[in-house]
Design a protein around this ligand. Structure first.
Ligand SMILES: [Mg+2]
Length: 373
């Protein structure tokens, strides 16, 4: 039986090209991530990535330790074709640390795909889409810089833009939204994301104001635990409310459904803690007729390849994705070749496994390695 023989873990840091200002926390300078390389007894190599964000899901240092100290003994010697058995064992051995478990699950899927000649999407049931509409986030502290980016991106086929609102004063948000609608009219699919920034007290007046710019959805206007407020906005506005920080897993979604607190959900592999768990979450969303959106934290190419394969094989993920980091934010990435973005869409790779190539050299040459084990 083919088993995992060796596991290597890298804590890396990558510089980013533009500062990102978001309700819940700001990012500038660098982002940290954890990469996992698993090698099977027949010499097949699979890669996975944990990209936590400390204000959202946890820290990269904690993910590194979780993999190196607590999960390594379970993974070493595990059969490569028993992914569910391994994820169950990981859940039993370690609470939380979803990103660490995702990284290992991803590496096993990558190996299983290379072993069978199938893509991860095929292992998940086969693709229902070959391209995924790409959303770019308007989150630069310098709005004019983002506006200039839009002026280049819209003619290149990009249509979806998500404005990070609630960080700057409301009047500034209004001016920016007006500038975008004035310049691009209805050619852009405009979405708003407050990243929990609003106080529930008085929030509805602000949301009614921004609603006049006809956003496709308003994402997470209030803190994650304010489900009653979310429900009141969903009832008061025609514009759909999308839950992000409020919804990590299927259990969260059941509570959101019970209260009517959202009309759509942002699914992130880092929140769900696994590709199979994200599909389980979407099974619940499908039963409720809530569409899914492919959200991100600060993932690099490996994690976004996993997300791309997941969305390709999950019909309910119909609202597109925001997998723009390797092309726009990270100044370097560890993939030999990036997953292509064309005409404002992510093109789903067709090769086996994740459909990407990573080597030890491409990791060492393109990331600052803070620790390895
Ligand atoms: Mg969000």
């Amino acid at each position: 039986m083919e088993r995992i023989e060796r596991l290597r873990v890298f804590l890396i840091e990558s510089p980013i090209a533009m500062a990102r200002l978001q309700g819940v926390g700001n990012v500038k300078g660098t982002v940290k991530r954890v990469l996992v390389e698993a090698t099977s007894t027949s010499g097949l190599v699979g890669w996975g990535e944990a990209a936590p964000w400390e204000v959202f899901t946890g820290t990269a240092e904690a993910a590194f330790a979780a993999i190196d100290v607590y999960l390594r003994p379970l993974v070493t010697g595990a059969p490569v074709n028993r992914i569910r058995a391994l994820t169950r064992a990981m859940d039993k051995a370690l609470v939380g640390h979803g990103e660490a478990k995702l990284a290992i699950e991803t590496a096993l899927f990558d190996i299983l795909g290379k072993r069978s000649g199938l893509s991860v999407a095929e292992l998940l049931g086969g693709r229902v889409r070959d391209e995924i509409p790409l959303s770019f986030s308007i989150a630069d502290p310098d709005f004019d810089a983002d506006f200039a980016r839009m002026q280049a991106m819209v003619p290149a086929g990009n249509r979806i833009f998500k404005v990070k609102t609630g960080v700057k004063p409301h009047a500034e948000d209004m001016a920016h939204l007006e500038a975008i609608r004035d310049a691009f009219g209805e050619t852009v699919d405009l979405r708003l994301d407050y990243n929990q920034a609003l106080d529930p007290f008085g929030a509805i007046a602000i949301l009614r104001d921004v609603d006049r710019f006809r956003p496709t959805f308003i994402e997470q206007p209030v803190p994650r635990d304010c489900l009653a407020a979310m429900a009141s906005f969903a009832a008061a506005l025609d514009t759909p409310i999308l839950a992000d920080e409020s919804c990590f897993d299927a259990r969260d979604l059941l509570e959101i459904a019970r209260l009517g607190a959202a009309d759509a959900v942002s699914v992130k592999l880092m929140k769900a803690g696994g590709i199979l768990k994200a599909q389980a979450l979407m099974a619940v969303a499908d039963a409720l007729h809530l569409p899914g959106y492919g959200g991100t934290l600060w993932e690099g190419g490996i994690a976004l390849a996993a997300g791309t394969q997941f969305i390709a094989a999950t019909p309910g993920m119909s609202l597109g994705c925001e997998f723009y980091m390797p092309h726009h934010v990270l100044t370097e990435d560890v993939l030999l070749e990036r997953v292509p973005n064309r005409n404002g869409r992510v093109i789903v790779p067709t090769g086996p496994g994740l459909g990407i190539e990573v080597t030890e050299q491409s990791v060492r040459g393109n990331a600052r390695i803070l620790a390895e084990a």
